[in-house]
Ligand binder design. Sequence first.
Ligand code: PLP
Ligand code: ZN
Length: 501
Amino acid sequence: MELDQFPEYIRPYLLPRIGGTLVYRCLQCGTEYPIEEFLYTCPKCQGIFMLPDKDFDRLKEIPGHLWQEIFNYRKMLNLPALKGIFLFHEFVAPLIPLEDIVYLGEGHTPIVEANDYLKELVGCRFYYKNDGLNPSASFKDRGMACALSYANYLIREKNLKEVLAICASTGDTSASAALYTSYLRGKVKSAVLLPQGKVTTQQLAQPLGHGAMVFEIPGVFDDCMKVVEYLADNYHVFLLNSKNPWRIRGQESYSYEIAQQFDYNLKNKVVVVPIGNAGNITAIMNGFLNFYKVGIIDTLPKIVGVQSVHANPVYLYYLEPNPQKRKWRPVKVKPSCAQAAMIGNPVSMPRVMQLVEEYNELAGEQKIFVVEVTEQEIMDWMLIANRNGHIACTQGGESLAGLVRALERGVVSTDEEVILDSTAHMLKFIGFQQMYFEDKFPAEYEVKPREELKNLPKLLRPSNISYFPNEKTLTTEEFKEFVKKTAKAIADSLNLQEKRR
Ligand SMILES: *Cc1c(COP(=O)(O)O)cnc(C)c1O
Ligand SMILES: [Zn+2]
């Protein structure tokens, strides 16, 4: 829609006003640093940063209901820069001019309601928000779009020469980083560090296909992260891990979208999200907090984080109910089907600790919970979801398994409505499904396939057929025989009724 076709009162707000005063603020010592540098840990105390807007209060001058209308109308504006996560420009990165925004189709992923069968089976009304439908097939694109838009802006402003973007990855960060940096060819080059043998074939193919330099490290993700942190502290590089708070800001769009998709009414709503490096749950909490503080939503939804028993440091931390007695201990991870969340020492833990407290306090009751699920439950529930019209990855299966656990524990009640994060597309993790169907999980995963969830192709080669098409060129008669007898065998096995003529 053209600008002059919108109602007059909304026109002045359709295009975001560039503004805001963003600073890196150390979570540990509180020191603030200007954002004109590539900085990831506090030079004073090694703490990590949030990226608050010191002029945030200016956003409160516009009433909540008007913000709602601004975002709703803005959706009809055909400006690529505002089509993705930057629909919420004022809340994402208000200082970035529209010309620098990188838009590759990310964000505004669909929310798909579970069918009656699944709702009955699980015991409440729920939806999947399919973040696997982002361009590189995971939610990481939200944060990447923000981080690379900022880099693009800084490169132009400061006339920087080719910047090296670097990240450690359990697979999806590198896929996303490689995609977005390849769009900025000539300005940004990218290098990614992956744990050898711990990413799927599909995830490895993505950075390779987008032309990134890929380094495989003999170790797990946590080891790759340490190397990348060292590089970021000692060399001139642009770090693309979620330690970089620009990533978090972009990922906050997930919450803004949920608010918009439910007409800003989040009463009785629960969001379930898998936790790995804890960047996503950080962003989801902060996103809802931002909208709440400005009055765009009037309820803070419940949030349930989910971890596998094979990578559960956040779960163990919150297991202790007394905040004074909680002790932070990283864990050594074991192999997990939820491989993208297989992290024993989440970088964003200090952010989580602070935000959980703020969130619960503002809500006036406990609204953040963490549950734990088994590897078996992750696989079973992923397969069950996908047999009912969904496209959940293993982490999406973890979300559903987490919901089942939360209902069991009374953390979520049957009259609440739940939005599950399916963080990536099922095809990225399809090897786990294959292992399940073929009963080939190595013992340390502790997954035994349930017969009724297995599915394998059946070779159809009826013995009464003389020749098959891939054996020789069939004569007309032989081909007719092949078609008729094969069809008969299928009809018999499916119990089909023959048409009467
Ligand atoms: C990165 C990732 C996660 C974990 O998210 P964190 O922000 O690291 O907690 C979960 N699922 C998928 C598919 C991912 O790519
Ligand atoms: Zn500090």
